[in-house]
Design a protein around this ligand. Structure first.
Ligand code: ASP
Length: 354
């Protein structure tokens, strides 16, 4: 993929207070109107025209942009590999990272990066906007400014938030706990099972008790092989057996996320349960993730989940579907099914409550 690179030093003639790498992937954030009134991606080198206040930050900004910015509905593991490599290449030279990304799949990309960047010691802050930066009422300006502030925040030389996060609408959320929950209002993201890592008001209030600590001596290791042979089977009352079987017996399928009700419940229909048991016996990882955005899967709590447990379905605890999808694809790309099965139920990047 072709990338464009520009440098903007907002500190001159003074020394910059920090070095931040911005990756611009596309999305609503960077849209502007052309001469005919059509929305097109803006040229990032003009950021200071849209955001003159950036000059007060005193930062050295390196901007790497996708040559053709994309709507995030077109994101794929190939883009995640590019993002992972950019962060790996600049991890030692930069203080933090801000990734500008469309909101639609931001929670997937942030989750994927949290698993890919093993040993991360710097903040990776995803943000975007619901209204393009060219609109007077746009949320793009505040989102970017605060994301930069968080990405460069340090205490005694140590980054305050050394993890992959989403900053949006005055809240900093753990990336692999987040979901897009709103497409019209500005509060686009929520993390129902984990408290915000920070809230931005007059001051930015960090909740240090829920922020992951970095291991100071660890070296960043990028994991970037994905196997996309997975599926989501979302239950609904009346779902047909042939649909369930078609998904569970998809050629080359290696994992199925079973999206269940409440605390992990499913119909007790013996035909359904035996279809699941057959898949598990054939080596398919079946993992139970709740359709509820809050709470967790507890298999065996109700009669309607006991059979899943007996059939060999793994509990996804309180993981989001976004985290489960990206984690499974990465684990199946990097390890064999046996190792992937052991790792998927463990917390690798703070994505589940063990
Ligand atoms: N469709 C856009 C995208 O995800 C929406 C946005 O950026 O908010 O790229």
């Amino acid at each position: 993929m072709n990338l464009k690179r520009i440098s903007i030093n907002t500190a001159l003639p003074l020394q910059p207070k920090g070095r931040i790498l911005i990756v611009y992937t596309g999305g609503t954030f960077g849209m502007t109107y052309d001469a005919e009134g059509v929305l097109i991606p803006f040229d990032f080198s003009l950021i200071l025209e849209h955001l003159p206040t950036l000059k007060n930050f005193g930062l050295e900004l390196t901007v790497v942009s996708f040559e053709t910015p994309i709507d995030s509905s077109n994101i794929s593991p190939a883009h995640w590999q590019v993002l992972g490599r950019i962060i790996e290449d600049h991890h030692e030279t930069h203080d933090g990272f801000v990734v500008l990304h469309g909101t639609d799949t931001m929670a997937y990309t942030a989750s994927a990066l949290s698993f890919m960047l093993d040993g991360l010691r710097k903040p990776v802050i995803f943000t975007g906007a619901q209204l393009p930066i060219s609109e007077p009422r746009s949320d793009a300006r505040e989102n970017l400014i605060t994301a930069l502030e968080i990405a460069s925040a340090k205490k005694n030389g140590v980054p305050l938030v050394p993890e992959v996060c989403i900053y949006f609408d005055y809240e900093l959320l753990r990336g692999n706990r987040s979901k897009k929950v709103e497409s019209m209002q500005f509060d686009a993201f929520d993390s129902g099972n984990y408290p915000p890592l920070a809230k931005a008001g007059v001051k930015i209030d960090y909740n240090f008790s829920v922020i992951r600590a970095a291991m100071p001596q660890t070296k960043l290791k990028l994991r970037s092989k994905f196997d996309t042979n997975i599926a989501i089977l979302k239950l609904f009352p009346g779902i047909g057996l042939h649909t369930i079987q078609a998904i569970l017996q998809t050629p080359r399928i290696r994992a199925v996320i079973l999206e269940t009700y409440g605390s992990g419940n499913a119909p007790t229909d013996t035909v359904l349960i035996s279809a699941i048991r057959d898949a598990v016996n054939n080596g398919v990882i079946v993992m139970n993730i709740s359709q509820c955005p809050g709470g967790m899967v507890i298999q065996g709590r109700y009669e309607t989940s006991k059979e899943l447990l007996r059939a060999g379905v793994l509990s996804g605890a309180d993981m989001t579907t976004e985290a489960a999808v990206t984690k499974l694809m990465l684990l199946l790309g990097e390890y064999d099914s046996h190792q992937a099965k052991e790792l998927v139920v463990k917390s690798l990047a703070g994505e589940l409550t063990a």
